[in-house]
Design a protein around this ligand. Structure first.
Ligand code: ATP
Length: 256
């Protein structure tokens, strides 16, 4: 019997007035997969992330995480089931330090009891230590340790982007939605990020969905790529299949 997917989306639609931003999307993601979500500007990618993280509610359709139906629930419920995300536009707490930003991210942890304790200021010393250790480890992995006590507003752009990912990872997610993590990075920073994400993919039991316009990044990291166009699913395949698809070239790559 096939394994139950970590994420299962059926007939998912979202309309804004007359605009059908997401139109009857079906998507199944297994544990440990790295899925790319691509498509031209306005194709509906960010709307899909908003739906998958409970930021907005669907007009129609089902979203199940770990077999549990969540459509209609809010962002807290999605986070509590292990869904974390980053945003296209960086959303850090600018006047908290780098370390505090990561701890703040832990308020969205998928560990419900831990989250309640955090919010109610009832953390046991061991739990607090565990969180601080996790935060320190993540900052180390992403090369941000030396900035731990600086205000996040003082970080370089590339470091702020990395901190966004650290903050999402700090929630102990099962499913991480990355919205253009390499946007605005210089080529060296972009390369470094791809290597880091590749390393996380190899070493941690984590499932990713990635929106990214840089096709090299998508092709290198993703096991499967879904192509959206005008809210509809246009194609799904391996990076190689996507590269060879005439329909994708036509819609997305400008028929090169
Ligand atoms: P990009 O690559 O430019 O970020 P995208 O693929 O992420 O684009 P979305 O941002 O999801 O696309 O937008 C899909 C469509 O839905 C667009 O036509 C957009 O204008 C519309 N849209 C998105 N959010 C809203 C909203 N809150 N209100 C009205 N229309 C919206």
């Amino acid at each position: 019997m096939p394994e139950q997917p970590l994420l299962e989306v059926k007939g998912l639609s979202k309309s804004f007035g007359g605009i059908r931003a997401v139109d009857d999307l079906n998507l199944s993601v297994q544990d440990g997969e790295f899925i790319g979500l691509i498509g031209p500007n306005g194709a509906g990618k960010t709307t899909v992330f908003n739906l998958l993280s409970g930021t907005i509610k669907p007009t129609a359709g089902h979203i199940a995480v770990g077999g549990e139906r969540l459509e209609g629930q809010g962002a807290e419920e999605f986070a509590a089931r292990g869904v974390a995300r980053t945003f296209q536009n960086i959303r850090l707490f600018k006047h908290l330090t780098v370390f505090e930003n990561v701890l703040a991210g832990m308020h969205g942890t998928s560990d419900r009891q831990l989250w309640r304790n955090l919010v109610q200021g009832r953390l046991f010393r061991t739990q607090e230590e565990r969180l601080r250790e996790r935060a320190a480890e993540l900052l180390e992995t992403f090369g941000l340790s030396r900035h731990a006590d600086e205000l996040s507003v003082h970080l370089s752009y590339g470091d702020q982007r990395r901190l966004e990912i650290v903050r999402a990872l700090a929630t102990f997610p099962k499913l991480l939605l990355l919205d253009e993590p390499a946007a605005g990075m210089n080529p060296a920073e972009g390369r470094q990020l791809v290597e880091l994400l590749g390393q996380i993919k190899r070493t941690q039991k984590l499932t990713f969905v990635l929106i990214e316009h840089d096709m090299e990044v998508v092709m290198e990291l993703c096991d499967r790529i879904r192509v959206l166009d005008y809210g509809k699913s246009l194609f799904e395949g391996t990076p190689e299949e996507v590269r060879r698809s005439p329909a994708v070239r036509e819609a997305y790559l400008g028929g090169e």
